[in-house]
Design a protein around this ligand. Structure first.
Ligand code: SAM
Length: 299
């Protein structure tokens, strides 16, 4: 029961989350260190490369890509106009091409990019395997695709809320999807924020593979799909969607206090990799503490 692994639900989730995304969410769950470590697998080693960033959101990962590849060589695709508006406003992303579109039906021709990058988006795709087939379709033979996503949490509490919220695939699934799409020389690294303490379970994975030189993807060659197809919304479907977005968001927001407390613990326990919270996060932490105190006081 993954409530947010639907295009409509993800659209509405990001309608609101886009307001807080850069200040509160990314610095907790998808840090610059994680991004830069992951992007090494994309081998952005020549400024002439063309890159597609899928599920580009507010452009946080694109801001890592733009350090190696000029903005006018980068195409950003996301289904959320609200997330994309934030990216479009960033000064270092001026010159990027922005296209609203679906990761599972990309609005670009086959064999057209040297690199495909997608960070933190697969968890919302109803058919992740289809999204990875699209990665294969749109890169040129010899091109490289990098996908970053979460891994299934180890403890039952996190797993329950994670699964309620969205897709947290197993490492073996990522590998199978890459292999079945046709990628070769698949390699991966684990990524995690400094506050993630589990020794037995990994947090996220960056996985990359190469499309062999001699291939075109016969299933989808020369296809140029149009913009995001909208699902027909009956009243029943609307009500179901509202319920899913509300409950799914609760499932997701549970991880914010977990991460904030992880930050605090890491600072107090003298973790050498510790970081300070930004102004926005400190306010969020104080609000959470105030709510807990209020609940205890009222009960
Ligand atoms: C967690 S954000 C990641 C944003 C960005 N890659 C980053 O590094 O911060 C996930 C993004 O995936 C987008 N998304 C979800 N499902 C999508 C789909 N089917 N097609 C395109 N984008 C999608 C969301 O709109 C959101 O902006």
């Amino acid at each position: 029961m993954r409530l947010m692994q639907h295009k409509r639900e993800a659209y509405w989730f990001y309608r609101f989350l886009s307001i807080f995304y850069d200040n509160y969410v990314n610095p907790l769950f998808w840090t610059e260190e994680m991004r830069d470590q992951s992007l090494e697998l994309a081998q952005l080693d020549e400024p002439g490369l063309s890159v597609i960033d899928v599920g580009s959101g507010t452009g946080f990962t694109t801001q890592g890509i733009v350090r190696s590849v000029p903005a006018d060589r980068i195409t950003c695709v996301d289904q959320s106009p609200h997330q994309m508006a934030k990216a479009k406003a960033k000064s270092d992303l001026q010159g990027c091409t922005f296209r609203l579109g679906d990761a599972e039906d990309l609005p670009v021709p086959s064999d057209s990019f040297d690199r495909y990058v997608s960070a933190g988006s697969i968890e919302y795709w109803p058919n992740p395997e289809k999204g990875i087939e699209e990665a294969y379709r749109v890169i040129k033979p010899g091109g490289r695709a990098l996908l970053i996503g979460p891994l299934e949490p180890g403890n039952w509490f996190s797993r329950f809320f994670a699964e309620l919220w969205m897709l947290f695939p197993k490492e073996v699934e990522y590998r199978e999807w890459f292999e079945r799409a046709g990628f070769q020389q698949i390699e991966s690294v684990y990524v995690k924020p400094h506050w993630h303490r589990s020794r037995t379970n990994q947090y996220g994975i960056a996985i990359a593979g190469i499309k062999p030189e001699s291939t075109a993807n016969p299933a989808s060659a020369a296809r140029e799909p149009a913009v995001v197809k909208q699902e027909e919304m009956t009243w029943g479907r609307r009500l179901k969607m509202i319920g899913r977005v509300i409950i799914g968001s609760i499932g997701g927001f549970i991880f914010i206090p977990i991460a904030l407390l992880g930050y605090l613990y890491s600072a107090l326990s003298g973790n050498p990799a510790k970081k300070s919270l930004n102004r926005h996060q400190i306010i969020a932490l104080l609000v959470i503490v105030a709510i807990i105190v209020l609940i205890i006081w009222l009960s």
